[in-house]
Design a protein around this ligand. Structure first.
Ligand code: T6T
Length: 312
């Protein structure tokens, strides 16, 4: 079924569907990194709006966990349904190459949205934030928040092999060197589980009582880090810079549990993904790499940046 997502609002009626284009193959499928997650829900809104406007059928199929072993059978199932194009956020920059190549070999156009493979020969286009720049922005923001104070800073990352969060950690690591008062104590992986993020923050605080900053590289690690700081009674004492802007993250920012968020523009990623898919289907030229907006939001400018808040 190709129902427009209720969360998107404005962009059509629930139950709208463009199925029935039987003459040509006019179907697009989106495969996000994980289901029921505000970043990808917002991306789905952009995807559905653009697909509908172009007169295409659309469908979204997501794994329950951000995990290549769970995303692979979804790709295989989509392959059998032979859509004209697939927009996909690969959950691993190497492990998803095989399944995605099967799509390409079957004549299905592949567009990478958000994350991408190391192998650049499978997708016709990759659309994402400049994630390395986002990591740099996080380091600059933590430095401003520290206001000259000395202490340790931690990166809470998700899973190694995720192109986006790896790039954010790298950008952060390179940039934090410019601030000698901020001692970088390395990164810890959370497996994209908020509970793991919370316990890693608590353990790091016990081992490093001088902790003054945390950069959480995505939504789940940020939501979990906020919980960890809350549990340890360190809200506000340790500056937390998160990535993404889920309703919960924005609430935490307003409440002062989180000091800054680096927000992305997932709806535009979904929309541009459709544009690139259609270009490939129509035999037009693709833009191989497309960069979408990033913005650092603090409590002071939260209302001015509401257009960046994600849907859920
Ligand atoms: O940060 C986004 C996305 O950009 C990343 O690739 C995976 O995590 C998120 O979906 C947020 O959970």
């Amino acid at each position: 079924a190709a129902f427009l997502l209720a969360a998107c609002g404005g962009g059509g009626q629930i139950g709208d569907s463009n199925s029935g284009n039987s003459a040509a193959n006019k179907k697009l499928v989106l495969i996000p990194g994980i289901s029921a997650e505000p970043f990808y829900i917002s991306m789905q809104c952009g995807f559905e709006g653009a697909a509908k406007a172009a007169g295409y059928e659309f469908d979204t199929q997501a794994p329950a966990k951000f995990d290549a072993a769970q995303q692979t059978p979804i790709v295989t199932g989509v392959l059998a349904s032979k859509p004209a194009a697939v927009l996909i956020a690969p959950t691993d920059d190497k492990a998803m190459a095989g399944p995605m190549k099967q799509l390409k070999d079957a004549g299905i156009k592949v567009v990478e949205v958000d994350t991408k493979l190391q192998d650049t020969s499978i997708g016709v286009s990759s659309i994402s934030s400049n994630n390395e720049q986002g990591g740099k922005l996080a380091a600059e923001t933590l430095n401003k928040l520290a206001a000259g104070k000395t202490g340790s800073v931690l990166v809470l990352n998700t899973k190694a092999g995720t192109s986006t969060t790896d790039a954010r950690a790298k950008g952060f690591e390179d940039a934090i060197k410019a601030y000698p008062n901020l001692k970088y104590i390395g990164q810890q992986y959370t497996d994209n589980e908020p509970a793991t993020a919370a316990s890693k923050v608590t353990a790091t605080l016990a081992a490093n009582p001088d902790l003054i900053g945390v950069f959480a590289t995505n939504l789940n690690s940020g939501e979990g880090a906020a919980t960890g700081l809350r549990n340890a009674g360190k809200t506000g004492a340790v500056n937390l810079v998160g990535f993404d802007a889920s309703p919960k993250q924005v609430e935490d920012l307003k409440a002062g549990t989180v000091q800054a968020l680096i927000a992305q523009d997932p709806a535009t990623i979904g929309k541009q993904g459709v544009e690139q898919a259609l270009a490939a289907i129509d035999g037009k030229e693709n833009k191989r790499n497309i960069e979408t907006d990033l913005v650092a939001i603090t409590k002071d400018d939260v209302s001015a940046n509401s257009k960046y808040f994600y849907k859920e």
